[in-house]
Ligand binder design. Structure first.
Ligand SMILES: [Zn+2]
Length: 551
């Protein structure tokens, strides 16, 4: 077998075309994948993929990203026929056969093994994790650019496809993946995910877990979609999920951004996960520790995380990333939309969320769009605080929430890929703000971002007093926030608006002398900007969006 593979590779290198010797077009095909039919066994990890693509530029050799294991090139097929030649050279696979014209469909069939590997201690890749009761949780997670770890896959973030997963598993397990689930037999489950298609990062994902640990609870209609929770007794999550609250959220999302994009069934599945949640379309997976977190970042932890994942159905799944380094907008939008609904229903919850964002931001080592282009895994955690603050919270304070939501309405509700630049352009249009210097200061950069440190000095006068605002660090990062003046008694407060976006980073602001003696000042009581007092101790949350289990 080895001799034959070597010979095939040799042919491919020697001939100008790797083709099948027909009279059709030769050379490299450009194509886009329209459908993945993917079969695997959860225990053996043996997998078979049938990939359907449409040819964009003619040729006889197709190359696809590929980082799985044990693919035998000689057994690969193109359009159901033996290939002429092929080569596996990670991170890609090239197979050659008959020539194809543009517009034609090409199918590729290969067998391989899914490596039991993840990025670092995360669950990105394929893993089996035991929960607190010893139940095995099988999890296949692509994440951005990662679907080629399981088979040939066009891992570009902006691509949409449809998917059919055939999962074989012990009969004690339930398998769950995006799309309509059919239990083909006691040991085989099929998930059919159809149009409008989904991005690979979230849709190429499969979970399996003992049926006894995924007990279903009907949570009724959330907007136009029927929600079911699959949860293990004792996690507290089924109880923590208030159906009326989430029904209200989904109804608001549908009114604001268009219908729920992925059919009529929504599954929410709890499991021992590395992250707080993951937005597989219509098949959301939540950390089973959310309801019992000892240091939750949000006032209602499960509620916030679930709304974040629900928001991703529109922001991330239906409308997706143009590029890996556009990652920040999808997390920021999911956070912001969960926060806006909190503010509509329970302002204290929104206040806690904005404070959490400021807490997440302190330890950030990279800008929201990092100029160094580090591996996503090295910086993704740095987007959860600065992202929603810089892209949405600070801008709603400089304009209005209505103008920010109007920008999002021009972006969401359609199956397309957008960039951070698209988000900034939409915000500039609806708010009327010139955001070019703002984006250069806050959004993009290299090195550790230096958020502004502000010193304030209050000087009492007769009739008119002065609040001097001095930005000690943070360069020309400008925004709008308040400074609260406090007096000796509990009710002695006055809030002074500071607009460095329009007024410059150092200001002396005149104000009517308060009726009380000012004894202290508090910077940014409403968490409106990533400004920090030069003197006070800061409370930071390290490693946002990680489950407590993973810390
Ligand atoms: Zn998210």
């Amino acid at each position: 077998m080895r001799r034959r593979i070597v010979r095939l590779i040799g042919l491919c290198l020697l001939l100008p075309s790797c083709g099948g010797g027909d009279d059709g077009p030769a050379g490299a095909i450009a194509a886009h994948v329209t459908h993945y039919d993917y079969r695997f066994d959860v225990d053996t990890r043996l997998a078979h993929a049938t990939i359907t693509a449409v040819v964009d530029a003619p040729g006889d050799c197709i190359t696809l990203p590929f980082r799985a294991a044990d693919l035998v090139v000689a057994t690969a097929k193109i359009d159901g026929k033996d290939i002429a030649s092929g080569v596996v050279a990670a991170p890609s696979l090239e197979l050659c056969g008959a020539g194809h014209e543009a517009g034609e469909t090409i199918t590729v069939d290969v067998d391989m093994t899914i490596p039991l590997e993840t990025i670092s201690t995360s669950q990105v890749g394929y893993s089996v994790t035991a929960d607190a009761d010893g139940n095995p949780f099988y999890y296949l997670v692509s994440w951005v650019g990662g679907c080629d770890k399981f088979g040939p896959c066009d891992s570009r973030p902006d691509q949409f496809a449809t998917y059919t997963f055939h999962v074989t598993h012990p009969e004690t397990l339930m398998a769950a993946c995006p799309g309509t689930i059919t239990e083909t037999s006691a040991t085989e489950t099929t998930c059919d995910f159809t149009l409008p298609g989904g991005p690979t990062y979230s849709t190429f994902g499969v979970a399996a877990y003992p049926k006894a640990a995924w007990l279903p609870t009907d949570k009724g209609m959330w907007g136009s979609v029927h929600a079911t929770i699959y949860d293990r007794p004792g996690t507290g999550i089924t109880t923590a999920i208030d159906a009326a609250y989430h029904a209200g959220f989904v109804a608001w999302m549908e009114q604001t951004f268009g219908p729920y994009p992925f059919g009529s069934e929504l599954r929410v599945l709890t499991a021992p996960t590395y992250w707080s949640g993951f937005e597989h379309p219509g098949n959301i997976v939540l950390d089973d520790g959310l309801a019992h977190a000892t240091r939750p970042a949000y006032l209602h932890n499960t509620q916030h995380v679930l709304d974040h994942e629900l928001a991703h159905m529109w922001a991330g799944d239906q409308t997706t990333l143009a590029d890996t380094y556009d990652f920040v907008w999808k997390e920021s939008m999911a956070e912001y939309l969960a926060y806006v609904y909190e503010d509509m229903t329970e302002p204290a919850a929104a206040g806690t969320t904005a404070a959490a964002w400021k807490g997440f931001s302190g330890p950030a080592k990279f800008f929201p769009v990092p100029g160094e282009h580090p591996e996503l895994f090295a910086y993704y955690g740095d987007v959860y605080g600065p992202g929603p603050m810089v892209l949405f919270r600070q801008i709603e304070v400089l304009s209005s929430r209505g103008q920010v939501i109007a920008a999002l309405q021009t972006l969401l509700g359609q199956a397309h890929a957008i960039s951070v630049d698209d988000v900034l352009a939409a915000l500039a249009t609806t708010t009327g703000l010139d955001l070019s210097a703002y984006a250069a200061a806050w959004v993009r950069g290299t090195g550790v971002p230096e958020w502004p440190t502000i010193n304030t000095v209050f000087t009492a006068g007769t009739g008119t007093s002065t609040l001097a605002v001095h930005q000690v660090t943070g360069g020309e990062r400008r925004c709008k926030f308040h400074v609260r003046l406090r007096g000796p008694n509990a009710g002695d407060t006055a809030d002074v608006e500071v607009d460095t976006f329009h007024g410059g980073i150092d200001q002396a602001i005149p104000l009517p002398t308060p009726a009380f003696a000012v004894t202290s000042t508090q910077l940014d009581p409403f968490n409106e900007c990533l400004v920090y007092a030069g003197t006070s101790a800061r409370t930071f949350h390290a490693r946002p969006w990680r489950s407590e289990r993973s810390l």
